[in-house]
Ligand binder design. Structure first.
Ligand code: DX5
Ligand code: ZN
Length: 227
């Protein structure tokens, strides 16, 4: 995985057909997705349950590029090895998920994956200031995690700006997750984000048998973000 700050569109398979993840991943990549974003939820840290490492491992062979695994689980540490073994390129844990985010990030890199740290909307940018030498990605949640299709929380744009200034020249991605579409993408791109997660705005109108709308949706978000 090389580093650059060009805009990357990362469709979230939370909005895909759960009975057809392999074909959905292949379809979004064929339609221009840069990364595939995989939302893991435990019904404890967030009020929804999705799937775990076995599903990630099953999906992996169907993804040519980056598998970006977003862990909305607590605790995190007992499962890091399993998600790394499942083939995650990036593993992102929430700063709110436990008392020892520093240890968690060490463990993610120790397992051979890129380390991401995610911030809920109520968590300030300063919470990751002392972690910047050990992360490859900061994920700014622009909705409260748990569900796709929620409304973008505009107050988070200023947080993205603060993080971008804080990060400076460090090779750290800023990822935006929640409510990203062609209207909100330019706001966060201008503030310094480079990875745009989008679930409903990518999968809307398409399917595995009719994937062209995925491509149209991805191109619309990218065109809006690249200014
Ligand atoms: C929310 C997830 C997001 C979500 C984004 O808890 O982390 O990745 O799927 O979905 P949209 O783009 O529909 O807001
Ligand atoms: Zn996510």
């Amino acid at each position: 995985m090389s580093f650059d700050r060009t805009i990357k569109i990362a469709p979230s398979i939370l909005s895909a057909d759960f009975a057809n993840f392999g074909a959905e991943c292949a379809a979004i990549e064929a339609q221009g997705a840069d990364w595939v974003h995989v939302d893991v939820m435990d019904g404890h840290f967030v009020p929804n349950i999705t799937f775990g490492p076995a599903t990630c491992a099953a999906i992996r062979p169907h993804i040519k590029g980056v598998m970006d695994v977003h862990l909305m689980i607590a605790p995190v540490d007992p499962y890091i090895e399993a998600f790394a073994n499942a083939g995650a390129d990036v593993i992102t844990a929430h700063v709110e998920a436990g008392p020892h985010i520093h240890r968690t990030l060490q463990a993610i890199r120790g397992a051979g994956a890129k380390a991401g740290v995610a911030l809920n909307p109520g968590t300030p940018a300063s919470s990751v200031e002392t972690l910047l030498d050990m992360v490859d990605l900061v994920c700014v949640m622009t909705v409260n995690p748990g569900f796709g299709g929620q409304k973008f929380i505009h107050s988070q744009v200023e947080k993205v700006r603060q993080l971008r200034a804080m990060i400076g020249d460090r090779p750290i991605h800023i990822e935006i997750d929640g409510g990203v579409d062609a209207t909100t993408a330019p706001l966060v791109a201008a503030a310094g984000a480079d990875v745009l997660v989008a679930g409903s705005a990518v999968f809307r109108g398409g399917s595995v048998s009719n994937p062209a709308p995925y491509g149209e949706n991805i191109r619309a978000i990218r065109a809006a973000a690249v200014v």
